[in-house]
Design a protein around this ligand. Structure first.
Ligand code: 5GP
Ligand code: ZN
Length: 117
């Protein structure tokens, strides 16, 4: 079982922000911004490339609720998913990073591309 599935069943503790029957939002253990929330479907799906569009439709509403709950709905935030090896995905259970709480830089460019800018 993957670590996020273990979080869903409570085997690994988490700091929950918001939850419903289908999704869970919790604080990232190693935050990369003042606010760094992970949003996951409770049912295991490995990555964005394989998620059904119906799940994404519901996840949209859930993510908007999370943003309101943590107070970044007006100030703004970044919602990203790392998909696969080149995307830098480390946990192979679909998750969206909600980053906010301050101005974010655009810091995830490809190294060679960055050099040519
Ligand atoms: P990825 O690199 O796969 O897009 O992101 C995985 C994220 O999961 C990372 O930001 C990492 O800090 C976070 N993470 C890894 N293990 C745990 C954990 O056990 N608990 C929590 N809350 N976050 C975790
Ligand atoms: Zn999983």
């Amino acid at each position: 079982m993957c670590i996020f599935c273990k979080i869903v069943i409570g085997e690994i503790p988490n700091n929950t922000v918001h939850e419903n029957d289908n999704f869970l939002a919790f604080h990232d253990l190693y935050p990369k911004a003042p606010i760094h929330i992970l949003i996951i479907p409770k049912e295991h799906v490995d990555c964005f490339q394989n998620v059904p569009s119906g799940t994404m439709a519901k996840l949209t509403t859930f993510a908007q609720e999370v943003a309101t709950k943590v107070g970044v709905d007006k100030s703004g935030y970044r919602l990203i998913t790392n998909n696969g090896d080149d995307g830098g995905q480390e946990v192979h259970h679909l998750h969206f990073h909600m980053l906010g709480g301050g101005k974010l830089k655009w810091g995830h460019l490809h190294d060679e591309t960055r050099k040519s800018l």
